[in-house]
Design a protein around this ligand. Structure first.
Ligand SMILES: [Zn+2]
Length: 169
């Protein structure tokens, strides 16, 4: 599918929430980070400076067709480094609201811009992101450093576009 067609399937309200996630990723963590789950070890510090935690969300429709846009709890503070990945799977802040969704439509998350000791986040989707893509019709990763919106599926990246162009109404 052409990348612009795919972008046109993302509702304006969702695009706005994605813009908010990109902005939040560069700021100190607000709210409770999501800790625990597979592969998570140790304490769950918050990102006190910004650019070192992931943000994201999901959207879908209730059976009456109404749209639910669900920002996710932010990821824990993570500093990328050799052999260390900072993967994150967005989980809704308001699980009760999300439970009203009958048709999940898409998910997004932001790969932060932080660089430490010359190491930064991959800006496009990671292997783990691609592994989790089958559950969603639309999967988006935004690179906060390269300002690209990556659409991907179970076979990898479908295409990418400029964040500014994507956010245009
Ligand atoms: Zn990711």
């Amino acid at each position: 599918m052409h990348i612009k067609k795919l972008a046109a399937e993302v509702p304006a309200k969702v695009k706005s929430a994605i813009g908010d996630s990109v902005a939040a990723s560069s700021q100190p963590t607000v709210g409770q980070p999501k800790c625990g789950g597979a592969g998570f070890i140790g304490p769950c510090p918050i990102d006190a400076v910004g650019n070192f935690h992931e943000t994201g969300g999901g959207w879908g429709h209730r059976s009456d067709g109404s749209l639910v846009v669900a920002p996710a709890t932010p990821g824990p503070n993570c500093v990328p480094g050799p052999g260390k990945t900072c993967d994150y799977y967005p989980l809704p802040q308001d699980q009760d609201d999300w439970n009203t969704v009958k048709y999940p439509a898409g998910q997004w998350h932001v790969h932060p811009a932080g660089v430490a000791n010359g190491e930064g986040w991959a800006q496009g989707p990671t292997d783990k992101d691609v592994e989790g893509a089958a559950a969603w019709p639309i999967n988006i990763v935004v690179g906060a450093a390269d300002k690209q919106v990556y659409f991907f599926g179970p076979s990898g990246v479908i295409g990418n576009m400029n964040l500014k162009d994507f956010l245009k109404k």
